[in-house]
Design a protein around this ligand. Structure first.
Ligand code: ADP
Length: 160
């Protein structure tokens, strides 16, 4: 059984993330979307809120489960018998960091490989940070995130 993990901050999940989830879930038997509880970032949404949003927007995909974790991705992957880490690549700016992470993870646990999916062109510009930037300035984020998430952002920022 091929189990993959798609780790990230997902603060909040965007249509770009969803595209990677949909495409990678077709390649493996089970995909665990794992929200990293990273103390060094100050997130807009709590880990629980991010997990709930991800569950809602992925509920139609049978082989996807959503979870959260702290610590090293490779340790989490091993605990969950996952041997594939899925990451998305948007532009060359992502590449250097992603390559370093993938190589470090492979040195730590040789049996775990990272696979990269290139972003669908229409989401190449999209990041959670840009969504937050647009939202706090009262911009319309409905092109960037699923409808359910638009509502959650509005509630969080007290806008309508
Ligand atoms: P992290 O803090 O780990 O970068 P993110 O939530 O920003 O967490 O991203 C998680 C993963 O999703 C990363 O591999 C990132 O490159 C990828 N990703 C983010 N936005 C997009 C997008 N628009 N298209 C494709 N992949 C994306």
């Amino acid at each position: 059984m091929k189990v993959g993990i798609y780790p990230g901050s997902f603060d909040p999940v965007t249509k770009g993330h969803l595209d990677i989830i949909e495409r990678s879930s077709k390649m493996i038997d089970k995909l665990i979307v794992a929200v990293l509880n990273n103390n060094s970032k100050s997130p807009l949404f709590s880990v629980e809120e991010r997990v709930n949003m991800l569950r809602e927007v992925t509920k139609g995909i049978d082989n996807v489960v959503v979870d959260s974790f702290s610590g090293l991705t490779v340790d989490y992957a091993q605990r969950n018998h996952a041997n594939i880490i899925v990451r998305g690549l948007r532009a060359v700016t992502d590449f250097e960091y992603e390559l370093q992470m993938a190589q470090t993870n492979r040195i730590m646990v040789n049996s775990i490989d990272t696979i990269f999916l290139t972003t669908s062109l229409q989401y190449a510009y999209l990041s959670s940070s840009i969504v937050k930037e647009v939202a706090v300035n009262n911009g319309d984020v409905s092109k960037f995130v699923p409808e359910y998430v638009v509502k959650k952002i509005q509630d969080k920022l007290n806008i309508s």
